[in-house]
Design a protein around this ligand. Structure first.
Ligand code: GDP
Ligand code: ZN
Length: 459
């Protein structure tokens, strides 16, 4: 395959003071040298150096920008091609000028995700790692980016490769059996071995799938709704959570919606304050949209924060809400603990079921730590997750793993039912192929193109 030299702005638009124009390809150094003036030609400097100089427009000799240029020569680069990164600090206008100069001097505008695609095509990373790059770009919190990093480093790939190896070993054993069908004990041994290994593989796939939900939440945030009567302190709680934690407003990359979403990072758990029933904090939801619709709206949330007032008795509305949330993940918060008690705590204890209870005073800023602790406990299930755990967080991976699980399951059932081993073999091969697709070994071209076009421009 022939590769040309691609260019793009590789820092997010409008973010940060420095913007980078990145070139990759066989002509990257020559193109950069046409528009760069410094102590040395970039083609002659050592690899992995930063060089101070100026970008000039060669058609007019006009100085466009003062720059630091990083030179990374093949093959020890992300794309395994020569890479030049021009660091500009002059804002959007100059960055675009620099980009245009690279274009008019021989580079081609990179397609979305094309840098990562090249890394993949040059064997620098496998497909699951490439997808992790995309997740990394989108990762909302530190913990989420650690998960993405782990995947980038190939943990998921290692696991999948191990499973595929096990399947190959079963297949080898099956071959022996097919070659020597006359020995009964070989068949028996094969069956035993097959069942044991296949069940192991099924368990491992299951483990990976179980991490999926957590991984999804890591990427997308825990969709959170705050409910309670008017005036109980919902807005105050929201403000306290936002003040205490960094509120992140993110643009969801790669979607056409371009929505702004609000995230609060509570001890590594990204809360996405969602717009169920039209408002983030939902006053009298039951009254407004009715019991059934409230039930449906609230069941779609990952987390419900139900706020009560210590100073007020429970109302009919509260009883309905308790009923609605009884099977949901919810935290009950009694606010205004600084005021006189009008809430019957014994009655409340009966209503509350298994939900955690936190007492707060938003005015005195008390109990917020406990609330945050409960949120994190609820999400991480009490057991502190080791941060280097491998999550499967990508929906394509999850779909493939589910298919792989069902085909290994078919293999197990066939073997148990004594179905001829060469039929069982077909399901094993299918499992092997599906797992391969996760790491891109069986990926077809169209799949690859589709995946990489999802990437943010410049990566
Ligand atoms: P929302 O209608 O549920 O969003 O409630 P707000 O957060 O807007 O609060 C309603 C009123 O209660 C405001 O005047 C707040 O200052 C007050 N408030 C909120 N939390 C507390 C608290 O813990 N103690 C006391 N005494 N007042 C509070
Ligand atoms: Zn409010």
């Amino acid at each position: 395959m022939e590769f040309d030299t691609i260019t793009s702005i590789s820092t997010p638009m409008g973010e940060g003071a420095i913007a980078i124009v990145r070139l990759s390809g066989p002509d990257a150094l020559n193109i950069a040298d046409r528009i760069y003036k410094g102590k040395n030609k970039l083609a002659s400097v050592a690899s992995h150096t930063i060089n101070y100089g100026h970008i000039i427009d060669p058609s007019t000799d006009e100085v466009v920008e003062e720059v630091m240029v990083a030179v990374m020569k093949a093959p020890k680069t992300f794309t395994r091609e020569d890479i030049v990164e021009i660091n500009c600090h002059g804002g959007l206008v100059t960055v675009n000028r620099v980009l245009e100069l690279t274009l008019s001097n021989g580079a081609r505008m990179a397609e979305p995700g094309e840098f990562t695609k090249r890394a993949f095509l040059h064997g620098r990373i496998d497909l699951s790692q490439a997808e992790a790059v995309m997740d990394f770009i989108r990762a909302k919190t530190e913990r989420a980016s650690k998960v993405a990093l782990g995947q980038m480093e190939g943990r998921l790939s290692e696991l999948i490769k191990g499973l595929r190896q096990s399947i190959l070993e079963i297949l080898a054993q099956v071959e022996v059996n097919i070659d020597y069908p006359e020995y009964d004990d070989v068949e028996e041994a094969t069956n035993q071995f097959l069942l044991k290994e296949a069940k192991y593989i099924e368990t491992e796939i299951d483990k990976l799938l179980n991490t999926g939900q957590q991984g999804k939440i890591m990427r997308e945030g825990l969709s959170t709704v705050i409910v309670g009567k008017p005036n109980v302190g919902k807005s105050s709680m929201l403000n306290n959570l936002i003040q205490d934690n960094k509120a992140i407003v993110t643009e969801v990359a790669g979607t056409t919606r371009d929505v702004l979403e609000e995230y609060v990072n509570v001890r590594g758990v990204p809360l996405r304050l969602v717009d169920t029933a039209g408002i983030r904090e939902t006053e009298d939801i039951v009254e407004k949209i009715g019991v059934e619709r409230s039930r449906k709206a609230l069941s779609e949330a990952d987390l419900i924060l139900f706020v009560l007032n210590y100073n007020e008795a429970l109302t009919e509305n509260d009883y309905q809400l308790f009923d609605i949330i009884k099977d949901e993940d919810a935290i009950v918060i009694i606010n205004k603990m600084d005021l006189e008690q009008n809430l019957d705590m014994n009655e409340l204890k009966e209503m509350i079921g298994d939900h955690p209870l936190v007492q707060t005073s938003m005015i005195e800023q008390k109990g917020i730590d406990e609330l945050e602790e409960k949120i994190s406990e609820l999400f991480f299930g009490g057991q502190v997750q080791s941060q280097d755990m491998t999550y499967v967080s990508n929906s394509r991976h999850i779909a493939l793993l589910k298919d792989a699980k069902s085909s290994i399951n078919d293999a197990i059932h066939s073997a148990e039912d004594g179905i001829p081993i060469d039929i069982v073999q077909i399901d094993l091969i299918k499992t092997w192929e599906l797992l391969g697709e996760v790491i891109g070994e069986e990926a077809r071209d169209s799949l690859i193109d589709q995946l990489f076009s999802q990437f943010c421009l410049g990566k």
